[in-house]
Design a protein around this ligand. Structure first.
Ligand SMILES: [Zn+2]
Length: 239
């Protein structure tokens, strides 16, 4: 497989990519690939807890700080970051947003798209983002036959690990060894100061998933891993 992959990571909120996919982003860019991160919102209301401890805090200031944090985290990983700034809790997706996402996917023509699980009973925005990306991806690529609009090669779709995997129906089918790039993931997490309570937690998750990856593969050198759920069936020349 060509190691120079084009990766698109789409999260409902500015920091979702850091906790759930920073490792694979760094692996892709380390191998000469391109990684783009899109956040549909800054997570300014629902996922910026530390910043709201300041009694004089404002939504605009939280957005500004979150933009700085996420841009810095993406830079550390060698990725680009953009935010649609649609407003969080609740996120709203209309036809214009869907069109914008479809256009973005057509222009990027990613090999791989990673987003949220389709279900998340503890987060009102994540499933909406997942559904929108999946729709946009199909609109960008067509449904496998000639279409009356321009299409790109279908991207492979993966879901990243949610905070409460069992409740979201998350089944890890793919593990990525992120040991070599884990220092970069740590730096990216540190850049998201507004959610500092997640740093140690996500480090523990990476070790826990590495344990699974070692047992499955026999690769004893894996120290840190990220887990993903593959949605697109694989087409291969040999098993
Ligand atoms: Zn989120």
């Amino acid at each position: 497989m060509n190691q120079k992959r084009i990766l698109l990571v789409v999260g409902a909120h500015a920091a979702d990519f850091v906790w759930r996919a920073a490792g694979i982003i760094a692996v892709v860019t380390k191998h000469g690939g391109r990684a783009s991160v899109v956040a549909l919102t800054y997570g300014e209301r629902g996922e910026s807890g530390e910043l709201w401890k300041d009694p004089n805090q404002t939504v605009e200031n939280v957005k500004r700080l979150r933009h700085e944090e996420a841009t810095r985290a993406a830079e550390i990983l060698g990725a680009t970051f953009q935010c649609f700034d649609l407003g969080d809790y609740p996120l709203q997706i209309d036809a214009q947003v869907l069109e914008r996402l479809t256009k973005l996917i057509r222009e990027l023509a990613p090999d791989v798209i990673i987003t949220h699980t389709e279900r998340d009973p503890f987060n009102p925005d994540h499933p909406l983002a997942s559904a929108a990306i999946q729709r946009a991806s199909i609109l960008a690529s067509g449904s496998g036959v000639a279409s009356g609009f321009s299409t790109i090669k279908p991207a492979e779709l993966f879901l990243f690990e949610p905070h409460q995997p069992e409740h979201c129906g998350f089944v890890p089918t793919t593990f990525v060894d992120i040991s070599a790039v884990f220092p970069l993931k740590q730096l990216a997490m540190e850049a998201m100061a507004s959610q500092s309570y997640l740093h140690q937690y996500q480090t523990d998750i990476a070790k826990y998933r590495a344990n699974h990856a070692r047992r499955i593969s026999g690769r004893t050198d894996i120290q840190y891993a990220e887990a993903f759920q593959r949605v697109t069936p694989q087409v291969v020349d040999i098993l």
